[in-house]
Ligand binder design. Structure first.
Ligand SMILES: [Zn+2]
Length: 1012
């Protein structure tokens, strides 16, 4: 050593400790050592040409230790999907779930699968959802938890029923309820099988032999119990609600059962609603000299008799106008004055304008019943697009009207029966008249008689028709079953405070959706579903349900499925005790109800059937954002209603899949990406190559799943390229540990090369971060961190400098073993880091690890384990400062081979010098750790500039700030890197410019070769 350590306070101590970490003499690691906190950015610099021993090195070829592995660099064409299938078989993908369930471990991780709908083929939305779940599950399983993941399907409901019926065409009209149910069941089963095999193909680990199905008798029985629990608590009631009603088929219809006829002709009318009681503001604007009316426009005159209110938009401007024809005063939206006047073929003179809110507390008269007051009410659904800005409100005949009526406690009487005919309540003039035909006619005539009709005209617009009868439908309040969710919502919102939402903003979304739902209508007038288990009296408006009836039915359903509701005679559905109470079998006056439960109630009770343990609470629900108003909510509401707790601890909400440019995927646009085509390739494999499931999985992990997730050829190709680079990294790692046995050949960490120790230091940092990111379900960051590590830190940096040591040193040289010790750890950490995302690749690598003699599944060997002794923050100063010099050197010779140059590093005496000296104790060396990092022919380390210098040198200057002991030690030092062409010749064995002549070996190689 040319300069002894200068006796300096803390710096000397720090240096001594640092020395213990990376240099000789090797002392035990000091636990008090706190090094620099800034992270080193190792980067590749252009000009850092790879010095790669050439396989044509002729006679020395056999003395060079080139990588050896059968792990292929690339899998071409069908090889990728075929290899995955082989791996699934060989590594026991199908047995993994039961294996991990049987382990004796303390913690359990329960992810409750939201059931996809059992119709249609598997799509990329399924892939996004199931793969995210699988990544979470595989991580928790590897980290030592017993994973509970029972996949399920939502099997009932209108979409399936309609699909089945439409496929049958005319034949469908003659089918019995049971025939429809049987056909719907087999349709759902076929869809489930298709989806299930796709999910398994994607590598999803689950309890595939014990899935749950909402059409399963046991599931239905649990659901009926939940229904009764809620009924028993007084939360279930029967009430009116406006629904689409088809008079031609005498049934309520769901939106999916409608067809819109764009050519429908309605008779639209402008009607006067005479002012009855003005609001205070309005009173100040009119003098009482002329009659005042509110102008209303409607396309459904037959609903006027059921009017209960007139709605306005509180934020809009309204006007009092004088009609030039009649001299009457009218009130309408200020924006509509011109258009309405022209439609009515008159002129309006605006007397005054005022804000909508000033209408509050006013009333007008019903245009057909002068004594009846219709209040003026504010409402959000009023728009200025059509009409007068004042909306006629008939609560029994409009969904929004109904909303206003519930808010203001208005009557909701329906004047129309199931045939679409006015009832007697509508009055003698209207009774028995079909609302869409003669009834409309009569209403218009009555308005004329009352002098409240201003205009009638034909309007061609899109109008809902019954898809089966092709006849127009009406909106009509009918008796339905509801859940009163007002109180449940309050409790639910409170409980949601303890639920973790990812992203956090999803919680607000969920609360908003819940607020928008005034009630929950759970009855449907269809047959493919779980019956609402009530009996209706044949003549009276009464129904029967109690604990005895429900117990009896639950048992029947549990054993035989809900088909019994349609197959068994009523006397077998009603238990004897109940029958005797209502008068015995002879006097049976009750019939089973015809309504079935909403499918959201079906799936919303899945927690009660699927979740394990007494707590029945999942660690995680993970679904698309549409479930904020769907399954997340129906699950919460049923769980809170029956047991006052949320069914989940964490909720993850992901976005939808979109085309590559952010457009919706649709058949008509031709941009639908089928997951099966992604995995197995399309018809033209030059355009749609077989990517395999791992590419699909990497795409999922790499996407920002909390927004919309784009998929298309370019993102899939990018995913494939990422994996291909990862493959190359893995191949390098596998190939260079071929002759290494970690048990016997490993070098103790403190004896390793500085750069190797440094890589372990980076590795433990990476492992900690990745573990934390998996815990937070931030798989996108896992991918980004990993990608940076294997491309930048490994491929571009570390691998490029260690090749000489690996290939050209003696097989057993501790310097080579040091490097291999690091490679083994790197390989282990990297494989485990990506295993949850790319299980097929992880298993494939595991099969090729040379020192694992009987490889089992990587998933059966636990999560990453790193050693705390790898953590050596002090090393960062050494490597970072040397890298700063390396970067300036390599940057000064762009495109050139660094090995053709020698460098002189001049550092003024001080801390930086001492640090760099640890990497090279001799003044000049071609084999030091410093020279390895510089990748030069030789490096010289000096404390002052050499006296004589040739002219053709490049001089580079730099400064480096040393920051040790968490900032306690800071010292800025200047350095100079002098670059000049080497005078040495290229060694024929190692290709480094370290030989005296081109036909002699360099001293290192000479020693290695002679030792063989
Ligand atoms: Zn050599």
């Amino acid at each position: 050593m040319r300069w002894g350590l200068r006796p300096r306070g803390p710096e000397a101590a720090a240096l001594a400790t640092a020395r213990s970490l990376w240099g000789t003499p090797r002392l035990p690691c000091s636990p008090g050592w706190q090094g620099a906190t800034k992270r080193l950015l190792v980067r590749s610099v252009s000009g850092a040409s790879n010095h790669q021993p050439n396989s044509n090195t002729g006679r020395y070829r056999d003395t060079v230790l080139l990588p050896r592995t059968s792990f292929p660099m690339k899998l071409l064409g069908r090889q990728q999907p075929d290899k995955e299938l082989e791996i699934q078989q060989k590594c026991g993908f199908s047995e993994l779930y039961s294996w991990q369930r049987e382990r004796k471990v303390k913690t359990e991780f329960c992810l409750h699968d939201g059931p996809p709908y059992a119709n249609g083929d598997p799509h990329v939305g399924h892939a996004l959802n199931k793969i995210l779940k699988d990544i979470a599950n595989r991580f928790h399983m590897m980290s030592g938890s017993k994973v509970h993941f029972v996949p399920g399907w939502d099997c009932h409901g209108l979409p399936i029923e309609i699909k089945v019926l439409s496929e049958l065409g005319r034949e469908a009209q003659n089918l019995s309820a049971m025939e429809i149910r049987e056909k719907a069941r087999s349709f759902a089963k076929a869809a489930i099988e298709k989806q299930k095999s796709a999910f398994i193909r994607w590598g999803i680990m689950a309890d595939w032999n014990n899935c749950y199905y909402t059409f399963d008798g046991k599931y239905e029985a649990k659901q009926l119990r939940t229904f009764y629990q809620m009924y028993d608590k007084g939360l279930v009631y029967r009430s009116y609600k406006p629904v689409f009603w088809s008079p031609s088929s005498r049934t309520a219809l769901a939106e999916a059962e409608l067809e819109y006829n764009p050519e429908h002709v309605s008779r639209s009318i402008y009607v006067k609603f005479p002012l009855l009681k003005p609001s205070p503001k309005l009173a100040s604007l009119i003098d009482g000299s002329s009659p005042v009316s509110f102008l209303v426009w409607t396309t459904q005159p037959w609903t006027i008799p059921a009017n209960e209110a007139v709605c306005y938009m509180p934020e809009s401007k309204y006007a009092v106008v004088k009609c030039s024809k009649s001299g009457d005063l009218y009130i309408l939206a200020a924006d509509k004055v011109e258009t309405v006047a022209s439609t009515l073929e008159t002129a309006f003179e605006t007397i005054s304008t005022f804000s909508g809110v000033d209408l509050e507390n006013g009333t007008c008269s019903h245009p057909l019943i002068p004594d009846k007051a219709s209040p003026l009410l504010p409402a959000n659904h009023v728009t200025m697009a059509k009409g007068t800005g004042l909306v006629h409100t008939a609560p029994a005949h409009g969904m929004e009207d109904y909303g206003v009526a519930s808010q203001h406690n208005l009557p909701m009487d329906c004047l129309v029966d199931e045939d679409g005919v006015f009832t007697d309540v509508a009055g003698p003039e209207l009774q028995n008249k079909a609302v869409l035909e003669e009834g409309t006619d009569v209403v218009i005539k009555m308005l004329q008689t009352a002098k409240n009709l201003l205009k009638e005209e034909k309007l061609v617009h899109s109008y809902p028709y019954d898809w089966r009868t092709k006849k127009p439908v009406v909106i009509r309040a009918s008796k339905q079953w509801f859940i009163n969710i007002a109180d449940i919502k309050i409790a639910a919102k409170e409980l949601l405070k303890k639920v973790k939402f990812i992203p956090g903003s999803a919680l607000n979304g969920m609360v908003e959706m819940m607020d928008r739902r005034p009630y929950w209508c759970i009855s449907r007038q269809r047959v493919w579903g779980v019956p609402i288990p009530v009996f209706h009296h044949k003549t009276k408006d009464e129904y029967l349900i109690n604990s005895q009836t429900i117990e009896h039915i639950v048992k029947l359903v549990e054993q035989h499925g809900s088909d019994v509701w349609w197959t068994l005679p009523p006397e077998q559905l009603l238990p004897k005790e109940v029958l005797s109470e209502v008068g015995g079998p002879d006097a049976l006056e009750y019939v089973p109800g015809q309504d079935i439960l909403d499918i959201w109630f079906d799936s919303g009770t899945s927690w009660s059937h699927v979740l394990p343990g007494p707590d029945q609470r999942a660690d995680l629900y993970l679904e698309g954002k549409d479930q904020l108003g769907g399954w997340f909510q129906s699950s919460l509401l049923t769980s809170v209603a029956t047991r006052k707790k949320a069914p989940y601890k964490t909720v993850i909400v992901h976005g939808f899949t979109l085309g590559e440019k952010g457009e919706k995927m649709s058949k008509s646009l031709g941009n639908v990406i089928h997951p099966d085509v992604v995995v197995n390739g399309g018809q033209d494999q030059s355009k749609e190559p077989p990517y395999g499931a791992d590419v699909l999985r990497w795409w999922v992990a790499d996407s920002n799943v909390f927004t919309e997730v784009a998929i298309g050829p370019s993102v899939l190709n990018a995913a494939r390229d990422d994996i291909s680079k990862l493959r190359n990294t893995l191949r390098f790692l596998l190939g260079n540990v071929a002759d290494f046995n970690p048990e016997t050949d490993s070098i103790p960490v403190n004896d390793m090369y500085v750069i190797d120790q440094y890589m372990l230091h980076l590795l433990q940092d990476l492992a900690n971060k990745i573990t934390e990111l998996y815990k937070q379900y931030d798989f996108g960051k896992v991918v980004r961190l990993l990608r940076t590590f294997y491309t930048r830190e490994l491929s571009h940096f570390y691998f490029s400098i260690i090749k000489d040591r690996l290939y050209c040193e003696k097989e057993n040289d501790p310097r080579r073993r040091s490097c291999q010790t690091a490679l083994v750890e790197i390989l282990d950490v990297i494989v485990r880091s990506f295993a949850p995302i790319l299980p097929h690749l992880a298993e494939e690598v595991f099969q090729h690890i040379p020192y694992i003699k009987e490889p089992k599944s990587v998933f059966r060997t636990g999560w990453i384990s790193t050693s705390s002794i790898w953590k050596k923050p002090g090393l960062e100063e050494a490597v970072e400062s040397a890298c700063a010099m390396r970067d300036s050197f390599l940057g000064s010779i762009p495109g050139k081979n660094a090995a053709e140059y020698k460098v002189i590093i001049v550092i003024e005496p001080g801390l930086l010098f001492e640090i760099i000296e640890m990497l090279q104790s001799e003044e000049t060396s071609s084999t030091s750790q410093l020279n390895e990092l510089m990748m030069a022919s030789e490096s010289t380390l000096l404390a002052q500039e050499p006296r004589e210098m040739t002219a053709d040198v490049i001089e580079l200057k730099g400064k480096f700030l040393i920051n040790l002991e968490g900032g306690d030690i800071r010292e800025e030092s200047s350095y100079k890197v002098i670059v000049m062409p080497t005078t040495k010749e290229k060694c024929p064995r190692c290709w480094k410019y370290t030989a005296e002549s081109s036909d002699t070996l360099c001293p290192r190689c000479a020693e290695v070769v002679s030792g063989k």
